[in-house]
Design a protein around this ligand. Structure first.
Ligand SMILES: C[S@@+](CC[C@H](N)C(=O)[O-])C[C@H]1O[C@@H](n2cnc3c(N)ncnc32)[C@H](O)[C@@H]1O
Length: 190
């Protein structure tokens, strides 16, 4: 599936429902968000990048632990919903950008890729891992979270993705907090 076809799939999902995965209501998502926040390396972070922010539910929680968050998504429909959900949050910039090729430059203290990397096609994933290595070498911490179920269209399962990340980013691997339903790994730069 091409990146354009991927984008169209997400746009369709957001047109069908303002919360396609139940981020606002699902106890699984809330528990996973709490575990993600508990896995952050510091109590307060400087500049954070959130990749694939969707409708901004986790973004709001992350913003409470960061001075500033740049949250990107390639779906304009998702960003429109995020904008509404984050009206009262002042330290978040929402940007339309496709990861990794359109990622804005920044001196990132923290990068969060939750439920997004396994959608990338092989060449984009290879570029994304290269980009992550560069950010780690600059000192960023990178948190990745992925569902362990089997999706219909994703090129990799969560387990395949995280096994690859653990292998390729081994020298930075700081935390493996896997649970029955999802993988959660943290990589710390320098
Ligand atoms: C399953 S949602 C994850 C939402 C959020 N990170 C969370 O865990 O609550 C995946 C989001 O990533 C976005 N996405 C997928 N591939 C992307 C890419 N290559 N660049 C930017 N956004 C992407 C989709 O539009 C969608 O909003």
């Amino acid at each position: 599936m091409s990146a354009t076809a991927d984008l169209e799939r997400f746009e369709r999902l957001y047109k069908q429902s303002p919360d396609p995965w139940g981020y606002r209501t699902s106890s699984y998502e809330q528990e996973k968000y709490a575990a993600t926040l508990a896995a952050l390396p510091k109590q307060t972070h400087g500049l954070a990048l959130e990749v694939g922010c969707s409708i901004g539910v986790f973004t709001g929680q992350l913003a409470a632990r960061c001075q500033h968050v740049v949250a990107i998504d390639f779906s304009l429909s998702a960003l429109e919903l995020a904008r509404r959900n984050l009206q009262s949050v002042s330290n978040v910039d929402l940007l339309r950008a496709s990861f990794p090729e359109e990622t804005p430059p920044g001196s990132w203290d923290l990068i969060v890729c939750s439920e997004v990397l396994y959608y990338l096609q092989p060449p984009a994933l290879a570029d994304a891992i290269g980009w992550i290595k560069t950010q780690l070498s600059f000192g960023a911490s990178v948190l990745t979270v992925s569902w362990r179920g089997i999706g219909r269209d994703e090129p990799l399962t969560g387990d395949e993705l995280h096994d690859r990340l653990a292998r390729e980013l081994a020298r930075w691997h700081a935390l493996d907090a896997r649970q029955e339903q999802y993988r959660l790994d943290r990589f710390d730069g320098r």
